[in-house]
Structure formats: structure tokens, C-alpha cells
Design a protein around this ligand. Structure first.
Ligand code: C5P
Length: 218
């Protein structure tokens, strides 16, 4: 990646899961490792971008970029929103929890013999909020689905006002070193990639993003 395709661009990349606390010891989360988002942050840095990585994952901090660690979806929301006005693109690879427990207990919840009922409330949809507030920033979303991948991808691209959506089958990427994705674009184009290392997928995504930057100035 010797050509500095993203030089001068400020990128926000989110990665990893969010954790939604039940009490001081327990949380609800998901299977995201953060590897895809970290690979994108690294590829973007190599392409010359100024990268801020906002992460809920517990991987080692990559060099040459600002890393902001967050835990909950609300924290990720606040960290992204604070930096949105001054960035050129956001790549939302994070697996953000859609719901959080209605209450977080300040002390450890003690067990009883009966079943336990938990009420969950909606978290903010960060990407949707970005789509509603964007000026000229490019927005890239992710979708991991178990069913109707293409339909859901196209719907998400429209409803969240995205420029590009990276879609994979839920069984294809989580935790693994490789991923098999299809890129969907706002102008209707679609690019299906073979299964490859996440570093390679990340380069394709950065190339596609640089293409979108070129189109947006011409
Ligand atoms: O609608 P769905 O959750 O499948 O959309 C996935 C995309 O939306 C991802 O890019 C994810 O980072 C983003 N998202 C978000 N905030 C949420 C849920 C998802 O930014 N609360």
C-alpha cells in the first residue's frame, strides 16, 4: 500500500463490541473481536490517513494513531459525536449493542431460586444519528446478518444514509482472521470479494473509500 491514497483525510474508525453493564461484575456483549476494525484503522494509516480508533475491543493499541477506549454503546456514541464535525469519513465496524439493561445495579445482583427477568431499553443507533447529521463526511457501515443479506444490506444503506456498506454473513467473520464480504455502494454498485485475510479486506475497503473521495471532488 505504497500510494498514499488517503493522505490528508481524517478518519474515525470504530471497532469491537460494546459491553452493557448489569452490575459491577456482569455485562451483556457480543462475539465481535475487533480485528476487522483494527485492520481497517491500520490500512487507513498506511494509506496516509490521520486515524482515530474508537474501540470497545481489548486488542493491543496500534501505533501511529489516536486510540480511544470505550465500554458501552452510549460511551461510543459520545466519543464519535464529539469528533464527527471535524472528520472526513467514519467507518463503523463496531458491533454496537442495540439494547442495554434498563437499570445497572450498583451492587452485585444476588441470585434467588426463581427465574430472573431483565428489561432492556434501546441504545442510540450511532450510525443512523451520523447519517442524519452528516454534512460532507463519507459514512461506511457494516452489516453481519444470518438471513436475507442483500436485502438487509440495501435497506441499511438507504435508511442510514450511508455511502458504502460492508456486508458479511454472520458465520463468515466473527473472531476469525479472514472474512468474506460484499461492498454495496449508494449509487447501486456492488463488489463481491473472495474470502481473504482481514488485512486484505481492509485494503479493499480503504481503496473503495479513496475512490468515493475522488468521486466526491470531481
Ligand atoms: O442495523 P445494524 O445494527 O445491523 O447496523 C449495523 C451498522 O450500524 C454497523 O456499522 C454498526 O456499527 C452500526 N450501529 C451503530 N449503532 C447501533 C447499532 C449499529 O452505529 N446502536
Amino acid at each position: 500500500f505504497s500510494i498514499q491514497k488517503l493522505s490528508g483525510k481524517k478518519l474515525l474508525v470504530t471497532a469491537g463490541p460494546t459491553k452493557e453493564a448489569l452490575d459491577p461484575i456482569r455485562f451483556l456483549s457480543n462475539q465481535s473481536s475487533g480485528k476487522m476494525g483494527y485492520a481497517i484503522a491500520e490500512a487507513a494509516r498506511q494509506a496516509g490517513a490521520e486515524v482515530t480508533l474508537i474501540s470497545g475491543a481489548s486488542l493491543a493499541d496500534p501505533k501511529g494513531m489516536t486510540v480511544v477506549h470505550v465500554t458501552s454503546a452510549q460511551e461510543m456514541h459520545d466519543a464519535v459525536m464529539q469528533r464527527f464535525a471535524t472528520c472526513d469519513a467514519v467507518i463503523k465496524a463496531a458491533a454496537v449493542a442495540d439494547y442495554r439493561p434498563e437499570h445497572t445495579a450498583s451492587r452485585k445482583i444476588k441470585k434467588s431460586d426463581g427465574p430472573m427477568t431483565l428489561t432492556m431499553v434501546r441504545n442510540p443507533d450511532i450510525l443512523k444519528a451520523l447519517g442524519e447529521h452528516k454534512k460532507d463526511q463519507l459514512l461506511v457501515g457494516f452489516a453481519a446478518e444470518t438471513d436475507h443479506l442483500e436485502d438487509n444490506a440495501k435497506k441499511k444503506l438507504n435508511s442510514k444514509h450511508l455511502d458504502m456498506l460492508v456486508a458479511n454473513h454472520a458465520s463468515d467473520g466473527f473472531g476469525s482472521e479472514t472474512n468474506k464480504v460484499t461492498l454495496y455502494f449508494a449509487d447501486g454498485r456492488k463488489q463481491a470479494l473472495e474470502r481473504m485475510q482481514k488485512q486484505q479486506v481492509a485494503r479493499h475497503i480503504c481503496n473503495a473509500l479513496s475512490g468515493l473521495f475522488e468521486m466526491s471532488v470531481s
